[in-house]
Write a new protein. Structure first.
Length: 217
């Protein structure tokens, strides 16, 4: 039978109950939901000079940081390619640093949704989304992913489950949605994870540093 209301996010690697996680040389492919569900590493530590890449491929979502005990979440050393909806999603009440990473051939490679103080509280918090030494690669001309997607309809797309994604108007790929710091969590799981349910927070920054973008036509 079809599970119309199964909101549980299975992941190939679920380290969401552990903080300051060190991930090296892990490979995941074909997950019905997430590849990596993680709190990430502590962003106060230095990124590695030559990180050993973690790979997420062919999942619904490649990497998801739902929550974190770190003030800054660091995702260091990832190759995230050909995922059905999102390459990376960050929806924790923390800043985000993505570094030494390649995001390629995903419908939307990065969806940062950091949560800050509610605007009505008039509180400020320094919340930053920082992409450093990252390659956003759009559509591989040698890929047959679109042909294969025609015959794919994940159960998570069924009515009543909040997996529905943002899409470009004509089916193009998106490197990163420019984040607005949210004043509270989205309506996930009963609403789409990309739909804000509050006013945006009053303060936040987005930084792109040494970022390359290619093949988005």
């Amino acid at each position: 039978p079809v599970e119309h209301d199964n909101y549980f996010v299975d992941a190939c690697f679920d380290s969401s109950d552990s903080d300051d996680v060190s991930l090296k040389r892990n490979r995941c492919a074909g997950s019905e939901r997430a590849g990596f569900l993680t709190q990430g590493a502590d962003g106060s530590s230095k990124p590695e000079e030559n990180p050993e890449l973690n790979v997420a491929h062919g999942c619904l979502w490649g990497v998801w940081v739902e929550r974190s005990s770190n003030d800054v979440v660091m995702l260091d050393g990832f190759l995230v390619w050909q995922n059905y909806d999102y390459g990376m999603i960050h929806s924790a009440a923390s800043s985000l640093l993505v570094t030494n990473t390649v995001l390629a051939d995903n419908q939307i490679s990065a969806m940062p949704l950091p949560v800050g103080p509610n605007a009505l509280s008039h509180e400020f918090k320094e919340t930053t989304v920082h992409f450093k030494d990252v390659l956003f690669y759009g559509r591989n001309p040698n890929s047959n992913c679109n042909e294969r997607k025609k015959n794919v309809s994940p159960c998570a797309k069924l009515k009543g489950i909040g997996y529905h994604k943002v899409e470009s108007g004509k089916g193009g790929y998106i490197g990163s949605i420019f984040p607005g710091v949210l004043g509270g969590k989205t309506g996930w799981p009963k609403k789409s994870i990309s739909d804000p349910m509050t006013y945006p927070a009053l303060h936040g920054h987005t930084i792109f540093e040494n970022v390359a973008v290619d093949m988005f036509n």
